[in-house]
Write a protein that binds this ligand. Structure first.
Ligand SMILES: Nc1nc2c([nH]c(=O)n2[C@H]2C[C@H](O)[C@@H](COP(=O)(O)OP(=O)(O)OP(=O)(O)O)O2)c(=O)[nH]1
Length: 115
C-alpha cells in the first residue's frame, strides 16, 4: 500500500498504488507506467488482471472519479515511494484497519470478499 503525502488530497491515507490514465493510454498501460514511476517496479502488461472498480456516488462533482483495481505478478521488490509518501506491505486484515480514502475502502472490500 502507498501512504499519500500529507500535503495532498487525502494526505496520510493509504491507497492502492497507481495514478491517473493519460490521454491515449489504456488503463493497464497507465498502471504499468505508474508502478514504474512510483515504485520502480516493472510489470508485464499481460500479467495485469482487472479485479474490481469503484466510483464516486456523489453527484455534482464536475469530474467524477472511477478507480480500477488490478492485480499482477511481478519480479523484484518495490524500490521506494519514488514520488513521495511511503510504501509498505500489509496482510488483508491489516489493510482493513488502515485509514484509507473512500474508494480504496470499497476496493479493499471487493478484493478480499469471499465468494
Ligand atoms: N486513491 C484515491 N484517490 C482519490 C479518492 N477520492 C479522490 O478524490 N481521490 C483523488 C486524489 C487524487 O487527486 C486523485 C488520484 O490521483 P493520483 O493517484 O494520481 O494522485 P496524485 O495526488 O498523486 O495526483 P496528481 O494530481 O498529483 O497528479 O484522486 C479515493 O477514494 N481514493
Amino acid at each position: 500500500m502507498h501512504r499519500r503525502p500529507f500535503h495532498k488530497h487525502h494526505g496520510g491515507l493509504w491507497e492502492f498504488p497507481g495514478g491517473k490514465v493519460e490521454p491515449g493510454e489504456r488503463p493497464r498501460e497507465a498502471l504499468v507506467r505508474e508502478i514504474q514511476e512510483e515504485l520502480g517496479l516493472s510489470l508485464a502488461p499481460h500479467a495485469v488482471q482487472p479485479v474490481a472498480f469503484a466510483e464516486e456516488d456523489e453527484t455534482g462533482n464536475a469530474k467524477p472519479i472511477v478507480i480500477m483495481l488490478y492485480s499482477s505478478a511481478w519480479d523484484g521488490s518495490p524500490v521506494a515511494a519514488l514520488e513521495g509518501g511511503k510504501i509498505a506491505w500489509f496482510r488483508p486484515h491489516e489493510i482493513d484497519l488502515l485509514p484509507k480514502p473512500p474508494l480504496d475502502i470499497e476496493l479493499s472490500r471487493r478484493l478480499f470478499e469471499k465468494g
